[in-house]
Design a protein around this ligand. Sequence first.
Ligand SMILES: *Cc1c(COP(=O)(O)O)cnc(C)c1O
Ligand code: SF4
Length: 343
Amino acid sequence: MKPTTAQSLARVQSGPETNWQQQYRDSITCLETLCSALHLDPAELPVSTAADRQFPLRVPWNYVRRIQRSDPNDPLLLQVLPHAQEENESEDFRMDAVGDLKSVLAPGLLKKYNGRVLLLATSRCAVHCRFCFRRHFPYSSQNPRRDAWLGALRKIAQDSTIREVILSGGDPLVLDDGELAELVRQLESIPHVMRLRIHTRLPVVIPARINSRLIEWVNRSRLKTVLVVHVNHPREIDSELQEKLTELSHARCHLLNQSVLLRNVNDHPDTLAKLSEKLFDSGVLPYYLHLPDKVQNTMHFEVREDQARKIMDELSARLPGYLVPRLVKEQPGHPCKTPLGLR
Ligand SMILES: *Cc1c(COP(=O)(O)O)cnc(C)c1O
Ligand code: SF4
């Protein structure tokens, strides 16, 4: 049975929960519930029910706890709220902005770059990020399910140039640890695969996802493992997340972060500097800062390239080089993410 708002609120105020699956199931999917938890009046918010239908609201309570009450412009809220501006359209903003469909090797397996493949392990996510470039991806035809892994695993085994397998989605950590351990075991049986990378935002919204079972299969693997978390704003890192990331950083696992540069969320050098420092305090190094892809319905997050370079100039002048993420954008047909130099 779904908990009532009052029960969920009681739970959210009572501190960190331990069972991530329960938290995943209990996520908020209703705009009114979100608004009442945040003391906001839905009638006064710039929300769009059309946007909510196209890509439904979904956010775990744990993340909602980090959103400032009564602030319609909270940078964490803006990442999850179906916004009226999502209805803005422009010919420049397309459904398959990054040209993914041209790189499909097998259902759920993309190879765009040398030596590494992206395996869409699941189409599910714990949070629906409004800026997501996969909101229009035709997951059902790409079949990122367990039965489809067989075809993907066969392809990976046949191509000895593949050194690294990147689990993506959706969010691969939505899968339970038994499934993941089994998938990793199958990847380990392919001799030329040396590295495993996991791209995930799940621990950011439900820190309890980092638990002893996860750490166990990571530690056991012969593959060198890299976990890339997706944190966009320093306020997303609360003490629970910090603790969990630190725990994981002590495992056989390298921790990196990638962010998306988003207007009104993190498009300021102060915000990004604070983010890098908080990440490092938790054992995580910044990796990429992505210019948002030009995806339909996400235009209101766009940061212009010259503006982005200016922010990077200031960030670089403030931080040691290892805390400055690389500003990149994705261009269809390029052999790697395109780095954008300083001005
Ligand atoms: C971004 C991406 C990668 C990883 O690129 P790195 O530069 O190694 O982080 C791999 N495959 C695809 C399809 C990608 O979009
Ligand atoms: S978790 Fe990642 S894939 Fe899922 S909606 Fe957010 S940005 Fe998109």
